[in-house]
Design a protein around this ligand. Structure first.
Ligand SMILES: Nc1nc2c(c(=O)[nH]1)N[C@H]1C(S)=C(S)[C@@H](COP(=O)(O)OP(=O)(O)OC[C@H]3O[C@@H](n4cnc5c(=O)[nH]c(N)nc54)[C@H](O)[C@@H]3O)O[C@H]1N2
Ligand SMILES: Nc1nc2c(c(=O)[nH]1)N[C@H]1C(S)=C(S)[C@@H](COP(=O)(O)OP(=O)(O)OC[C@H]3O[C@@H](n4cnc5c(=O)[nH]c(N)nc54)[C@H](O)[C@@H]3O)O[C@H]1N2
Ligand SMILES: [Mo]
Length: 768
C-alpha cells in the first residue's frame, strides 16, 4: 500500500500551484482550529488547546521545541493543534471495527485512512492464522507476551522499539524491563532521526545534546538554520527567531528549498503578525545542493583560517578559547589548508552548487558576529556523511569560541516531543557503562553489557530470524523504517509483534505470526492512579529542560492504559514481586519511579521536588555550563572531515524524502502542503525545471520513481505527479513515508547508522 497508488484520497494526484513566501498568519490559526473542531468537537477541542504547553497543562505531543518562560495564552501552533486534534478525537476504533475489517483489508488501506478511524480503545489479538483481530483482556494479552519472552532461547531474540512520545517514567521502566530481561536491544526513532547529531556531538563536545537555552537565540548575533523546515515542523521556533531578529540577530538559512517559514513569518500571536506583512526572517539564503553542507562549512572554516593567517590580529579566530579548551587544532588547520586553492574551490562549488562570492557573503556575516548559534535537523542528519558534516559544524563554532557562552552554541532541533528524554532515560542500544553500573546498583542486577540492535540492525535480525518478538512502545515502525519491502518481510518473520499504540497505523496490519494491539493513554489524556487521583508524567524538551505534563482529556475508554501501567504489569508477570524493583508500587505512584530515576540518571537529584516547580528545571550540560568537555581528551575536539558529497550518475536525480505541512511523520493529517502550493494529494515529486526539461518530462507528468542501489533490487514508487519546483539542479524531493520503499536498508550514515533518507539516487520513468 505504501508503494502503489490506490483510491485512497491521499494517493490522488495533487494540484500544484505557486509556493508561498510566508508562513503562519490567520490561515494557520483557521486550519489549526478547524482540525480540532472536526476531530474533537468544538468545546472539548478548545478546552484541550487552552492547556497545551501551559505550566499546569500538558506538553504538546507535536515537536520538542521548548516553551518560553513567559507563556502566551495560546502557546501552540497550527501543527500542534493538529497533533492535539489527532489525539483528542472522539472517533474510536473498537472491537466491532476489527470484526468488520480483516487484517488483509486494513493492509490495503492508506496510512491516512487508518489514522482517521480514531483512537484504539481496547486490547486486540491476532491469533496465528487468523484473518481478523479479536478482543483480548489485558491479563491474557500481557500473559501471552510474557510467555513469548520467557520462551526465547536468548533475551537478545527480543527487540524493544520506542518512538519519541513516551514519557520519562515509562521510558525508564521500559528500558529497565528490557535490561532486566537481559538485552540492550532498544532501538528507537532517534536511530532514524538525530542519531548522527548525538554521535558527532558526543565525540567532539562530550555531550550528545544541544548546548543552548531558548534565551540564547535572543542573545545571538547570527543564527544559522541548516537542513530544517521550522515553518512546518517546529512552528513555535519561528516566534523565537522573530524575537531574535528584533533583538538584532541576523539569520542565514541553508536549504535546497526556499521554505516559506524561513522567508517571512506572520506571527499569529501578535496583531502585527496577523494584520501586516510579518517579519522577514532570512538575511542570506544559501540554496545548497543536497548533501553539500559539509563542503559549505569546510569552506567557511578554511576562509576563517586563511583570514587569521593573513591578518593574525583580526579576531577571525578565538585563539584564547582554542588554546584553553580545545584539542587537535593544529592538525585540523594543517589538513584543511594543504589543498590547492583551485582544486579546493572546484570541489566546494560542485558539492554545494554555490559560487564563492555567495559563501564569502556568509563569511562576512560570520566575521561580524560575536555570538553564533547553529540550528539543524534532518537535512543534516540523514545523509551518508551526516556525522562528518555535524562535526564540521562543531569545528565552525569552535574556531570562534562559540560554545559555552551566552548567545552561542549547537542547537540540534529534536523531533518527537520526548525523544531527547527517552534517550536520557536509557533508551539506547549502546548505553554507557556508567549508566549500566548505576542501573545495576539501584535495582540489584547485572545489566547486559553487549551493545544491542539499532533500527536497521533490528530489521536485519528479524529478517534473518535471530530476533523473534518485536514490541513497540508507540510509533509506526513498518512505515517509518527504510526499505519498506525489506522491513515488512522482516516483521512478518517474527513470532509475535506487539504495538503499544494510540492510533491505528500500518504497523498493526503488517505483523508477525501473531500480534497484539495494546491501547495506551496519550499525552493529552487524563491519567488517574489506582486511588482515582490525577497523575502527571515528565518530559524533556530539545534544550534539556525537564517539566511535568498533565493530560486533561477524559479518555474514550477505561480499557486504555497508561504506558507506565502496561510496562509494570508486564514486568510483574515476567519477574514476579522483586524486593529491588517494586513494579506494582511504581505503577501506583509515579513519584516512586521518579525517585529511582533520580538515583540512576545524573542531573535528576531531587527530581520530584524540582519538577513540581512551574516550568521544571534544566539538566546540567557541562560544555554549556562551564566550558568543560567530558570527551576522551577532556577538551573540545577538532576533527578532520574530508569533503565528500553524494555522487549522482548522469540522468539520475538525488531524492530527499521529507515532510509535508499536513503530516506528523507517518500520521497524515490532511492532503495539502499549503506552503509548497500542493493541494489534494501526496504523490508529488519536486524537480528542478531544467532537469525536467533535460529528462524530457513536463510539469504535471505522472512518473514512477525508481531507486538505484548497488544490490540490484528494483525499488519502485508508483505514480507521482512531477512538479517543477525551485530546488537545485540534480536535487529532487518527495514525501515520506510514501517514498520509504526507495531507501535501501544498507544506505545509512557512517558511524550513526541512520538511514540516508535525504540522499536517495533515483531515476524517473513516465508512468503512462
Ligand atoms: N508538523 C510536524 N512537526 C514535526 C514532524 C512532522 O512530521 N510534522 N516531525 C517531527 C520530527 S520526528 C522531526 S525529526 C522533525 C523534522 O524536522 P525537519 O528536519 O524540518 O523535517 P523534514 O521535513 O525532513 O525537513 C528537512 C528540511 O531539510 C532540508 N534539507 C534536506 N536535505 C538537505 C541537505 O542536504 N542540506 C540542507 N541544508 N538542507 C536539507 C529540506 O529541504 C527540508 O527543509 O520535525 C518534528 N516536528
Ligand atoms: N524516508 C524517511 N523516513 C523517515 C524519516 C524521513 O525524514 N524520511 N524520518 C525519520 C524520523 S526523523 C523519525 S523520528 C521516524 C518516526 O518514526 P515513529 O516514531 O515510529 O513514527 P510516528 O509516525 O511518529 O508514529 C506514529 C504512531 O505513534 C503512536 N503514538 C502516538 N502518540 C503515542 C503515545 O503517546 N503513546 C504511544 N504508545 N503511541 C503513540 C500512534 O499509534 C501513531 O500512529 O521516522 C523516520 N523515517
Ligand atoms: Mo524525528
Amino acid at each position: 500500500m505504501s508503494n502503489a497508488p490506490s483510491d485512497e484520497p491521499d494517493q490522488h494526484t495533487p494540484d500544484v500551484g505557486t509556493p508561498r513566501d510566508s508562513a503562519a498568519g490567520i490561515p494557520a490559526v483557521v486550519h489549526g482550529l478547524r482540525s480540532v473542531g472536526a476531530q474533537a468537537g468544538a468545546a472539548r477541542g478548545l478546552r484541550t488547546l487552552a492547556r497545551v504547553n501551559q505550566k499546569r497543562g500538558f506538553d504538546c505531543p507535536g515537536c520538542a521545541w521548548p516553551e518560553p518562560d513567559h507563556r502566551h495564552p495560546a502557546e501552540f501552533c497550527e501543527n500542534g493543534a493538529k497533533a492535539v486534534a489527532e489525539e483528542a478525537t472522539r472517533r474510536a476504533v473498537s472491537a466491532g471495527f476489527f470484526a468488520r475489517h480483516s487484517v488483509a483489508d486494513l493492509a490495503e488501506r492508506s496510512g491516512y485512512w487508518l489514522g482517521q478511524q480514531g483512537r484504539l480503545t481496547e486490547p486486540m489479538y491476532l491469533a496465528p492464522g487468523a484473518t481478523h483481530y479479536s478482543p483480548i483482556g489485558w491479563d491474557a494479552a500481557l500473559d501471552l507476551l510474557a510467555e513469548h519472552l520467557r520462551g526465547l532461547d536468548s533475551p537478545d531474540e527480543a527487540v524493544f522499539y520506542t518512538s519519541g512520545r513516551t514519557s520519562n517514567e515509562a521510558a525508564f521502566l521500559y528500558q529497565l524491563l528490557a535490561r532486566r530481561l537481559g538485552t540492550n536491544n532498544l532501538p528507537d526513532c532517534s536511530n532514524m532521526c538525530h542519531e548522527s547529531s548525538g554521535e558527532a556531538l558526543g565525540e567532539t563536545l562530550g555531550v550528545g545534546k544541544g548546548s543552548v537555552h531558548l534565551e540564547d537565540l535572543c542573545r545571538a548575533d547570527l543564527i544559522v538554520v541548516a537542513g530544517q523546515n521550522p515553518g512546518t515542523n517546529h512552528p513555535r521556533m519561528l516566534t523565537a527567531l522573530e524575537k531574535a531578529k528584533r533583538a538584532g540577530a541576523r539569520i542565514v538559512t541553508v536549504n535546497p528549498l526556499p521554505e516559506a517559514g524561513m522567508q517571512r513569518f506572520r506571527n499569529p500571536q501578535s496583531l502585527r503578525g496577523l494584520a501586516a506583512g510579518g517579519t522577514v526572517l532570512t538575511d542570506l539564503f544559501l540554496q545548497v545542493r543536497l548533501g553539500g553542507d559539509l563542503a559549505l562549512f569546510t569552506a567557511l572554516n578554511r576562509l576563517l583560517l586563511q583570514t587569521e593567517e593573513a591578518e593574525p590580529d583580526s579576531g577571525a579566530l578565538d585563539r584564547a578559547f582554542i588554546d584553553e579548551h580545545t584539542h587537535g587544532f593544529d592538525a585540523y588547520a594543517k589538513q584543511l589548508l594543504t589543498e590547492d586553492e583551485d582544486a579546493f574551490w572546484r570541489r566546494v562549488t560542485a558539492a554545494t552548487g554555490l559560487d564563492r562570492t555567495r559563501i564569502e557573503e556568509a563569511l562576512a556575516m560570520v566575521r561580524g558576529a560575536r555570538r553564533i548559534v547553529v540550528c539543524w535537523a534532518m537535512g543534516l542528519t540523514q545523509h551518508r556523511h551526516a556525522v562528518p558534516t555535524i562535526r564540521e559544524v562543531v569545528n565552525f563554532l569552535l574556531l570562534r569560541g562559540n560554545v559555552g557562552r551566552p548567545g552561542a552554541g549547537v542547537c540540534p532541533v529534536r523531533g518527537h516531543s520526548n525523544v531527547q528524554g527517552d534517550r536520557t532515560m536509557g533508551i539506547f542500544e549502546r548505553p554507557k557503562p556508567a549508566f549500566l553500573d548505576a542501573l545495576g546498583a539501584e535495582f540489584g542486577f547485572e545489566p547486559p553489557r553487549e551493545h544491542g540492535l539499532d533500527v536497521v540492525r533490528s530489521i536485519r535480525a528479524m529478517r534473518e530470524g535471530s530476533a523473534k518478538v518485536f514490541t513497540a512502545m508507540g510509533g509506526n515502525f513498518v512505515s517509518a523504517a527504510p526499505d519498506t519491502a525489506a522491513t515488512e518481510e522482516a516483521v512478518r518473520r517474527c513470532e509475535l509483534t506487539v504495538q503499544v499504540s494510540t492510533k491505528l497505523n500500518r504497523s498493526h496490519t503488517v505483523t508477525g505470526e501473531c500480534a497484539l494491539i495494546l491501547p495506551a493513554l496519550a499525552r493529552s489524556d487524563r491519567d488517574r492512579g489506582p486511588d482515582g487521583a490525577e497523575r502527571f508524567v515528565t518530559v524533556e524538551d530539545s534544550m534539556g529542560r525537564v517539566h511535568a505534563s498533565r493530560g486533561s482529556v477524559e479518555p474514550l475508554s477505561r480499557e486504555m492504559r497508561a504506558e507506565v501501567d502496561i510496562v509494570c504489569d508486564l514486568a510483574q508477570r515476567l519477574f514476579g514481586a522483586e524486593p529491588t524493583a517494586d513494579w506494582a508500587g511504581m505503577a501506583a505512584d509515579y513519584d516512586r519511579v521518579r525517585d529511582r530515576i533520580a538515583a540512576v540518571v545524573p542531573g535528576f537529584t531531587d527530581f520530584n521536588a524540582r519538577v513540581r516547580a512551574p516550568g521544571g528545571f534544566a539538566l546540567p550540560h557541562a560544555p554549556r555550563d562551564d566550558r568543560s568537555f567530558p570527551t576522551a581528551t577532556g577538551r573540545a575536539n577538532f576533527t578532520a572531515n574530508p569533503i565528500t558529497a553524494p555522487q549522482v550518475p548522469l540522468g539520475r536525480l538525488l531524492l530527499q524524502t521529507l515532510r509535508s505541512h499536513d503530516q506528523y511523520n507517518t500520521t497524515v493529517y490532511g492532503l495539502d502542503d499549503r506552503y509548497r502550493g500542493v493541494r489534494g494529494g501526496r504523490r508529488v515529486v519536486f524537480v528542478n525545471a531544467e532537469d525536467a526539461r533535460e529528462l524530457g518530462l513536463a510539469d504535471g507528468r505522472r512518473v514512477d520513481l525508481i531507486g538505484e542501489w548497488s544490490d540490484g533490487t528494483e525499488r519502485r514508487a508508483f505514480g507521482f505527479r512531477l512538479a517543477c519546483y525551485p530546488t537545485p539542479r540534480g536535487c529532487a524531493a518527495a514525501y515520506y513515508p510514501e517514498t520509504n520503499v526507495l531507501v535501501p536498508l544498507d544506505h545509512t550514515a557512517e558511524y550513526s547508522n541512520t538511514p540516508a533518507s535525504k540522499s536517495v539516487v533515483v531515476r524517473l520513468e513516465p508512468a503512462d
